[in-house]
Design a protein around this ligand. Structure first.
Ligand code: SF4
Length: 354
């Protein structure tokens, strides 16, 4: 059982982030913001896949204008992604952003940050305060070549500086994020931030890679922090279709029991020299059948009766194969022996009975 860290609650449009609230999976649109129809279509695809917050890049004034139209056409809260430009930040806030993502280090003049805070206060907009390893510098100095061992400390120091700036300006509606492309430093810096502040946190790795490469590093970084109870919203950054990011995010949350889902879970033994049937072929057919099931059940397909029954004891229904036949188990108890050719059909019937 994971105990979520206690944080403040931050309102982001119609959703809330923080302690006691569901962990929100987010992603970004990857089409030109000025192509309003394409952008709205992608927002809808993401929402259908389980995305609870969608971020949209706002690099130009034309994007700000398009963003306003996109907000009108979408139900999900939208986050405006801002870099360098206070004008874009204020336009996005006035255009209906539920939250803006801001790396204050990218805004040169502190008075501009205060102007953004004032606009956000007026419109009830939340602000994600970001610190990125790629842009850290020693405050007051030109960019320096910072050794890896100093970076976590500097990111924390920078975050502290900006949190105090927001607090001094009486703006508590903030979500904190510290990103790195390095898995270990991402874990370290987020643990340190969680220890020091009580605001909700956004987790993710930057530039994680193609989906097949990003999957493992993101699961390790995000999953380790979530297992510590840290994190209120997550983004798995991958190159390509953003719907893939949501699928990976859901898998991470599912594996930690942090998402309520009706999807069945399939456990398959890794197979070894004791295996008595083609487990992969059987499990592939079971998986296909489970796609039609809308119940949070656990089903196991095991290759033998030596270790299979014990390893599948937690499953609602299990098959443990033997030579030319298989045994069907329900909640760890043996029900019957079935010839190999009837195993799938019998398993399906048992699943339907549940
Ligand atoms: S369940 Fe049996 S066949 Fe499968 S990995 Fe375990 S010992 Fe090997």
């Amino acid at each position: 059982m994971i105990n979520r860290r206690t944080t403040m609650i931050v309102n982001i449009g119609k959703i809330k982030l923080g302690w006691g609230q569901p962990i929100v999976i987010q992603s970004m649109t990857k089409v030109a913001t000025t192509d309003v129809d394409k952008c709205v279509k992608q927002v809808k695809e993401l929402t259908q896949a389980g995305c609870g917050l969608v971020r949209i890049a706002i690099p130009t004034k034309a994007d700000s204008e398009a963003f306003r139209q996109i907000v009108d056409k979408c139900d999900v809260p939208l986050v405006a992604d801002i870099h360098f430009s206070p004008a874009r930040a204020i336009e996005a806030i006035e255009g209906g952003a539920a939250k803006i993502r801001l790396n204050p280090g990218n805004i040169k003049d502190q008075d501009d940050i205060v102007r953004i805070i004032d606009a956000a206060k007026m419109h009830g907009t939340a602000i994600r305060v970001g610190v990125n390893e790629a842009s850290i510098r020693e405050l007051g100095k030109e960019k320096v070549d910072i050794p890896a061992e100093n970076r976590v400390h500097l990111m924390l120091k920078e975050m502290e500086y900006y949190v105090r700036l927001f607090e001094t300006n009486k703006f508590p509606n903030i979500v904190l994020s510290a990103k790195s492309a390095d898995t270990v430093r991402t874990i370290e810096v987020n643990r340190a931030i969680a220890e020091k502040f009580h605001y909700p946190m956004h987790l993710g790795l930057t530039h994680a890679g193609l989906p097949e490469d990003a999957k493992v590093s993101s699961a390790v970084a995000i999953g380790s922090l979530l297992a510590d109870g840290i994190g209120d919203t997550i983004r798995v950054s991958t190159a390509g279709d953003p719907v893939k990011e949501i699928e990976i995010g859901r898998e991470i949350l599912k594996s930690l029991g942090l998402i309520e889902t009706n999807e069945p879970e399939l456990i398959v033994c890794p197979t070894c020299g004791r295996c008595q049937v083609d487990v992969v072929k059987l499990a592939t057919k079971v998986k296909k059948f489970l796609k039609k099931i809308d119940k949070p059940i656990r089903v196991a397909v095991m290759g033998c009766i030596v270790n299979g029954p014990g390893e599948a004891a937690d499953a609602d229904v299990a098959i443990c194969a033997a030579k030319g036949k298989g045994y069907i188990y329900r909640h760890g108890k043996k029900l019957k022996s079935v010839p190999e050719k009837d195993l799938l059909k019998t398993l399906e019937k048992e699943i339907e009975k549940l």
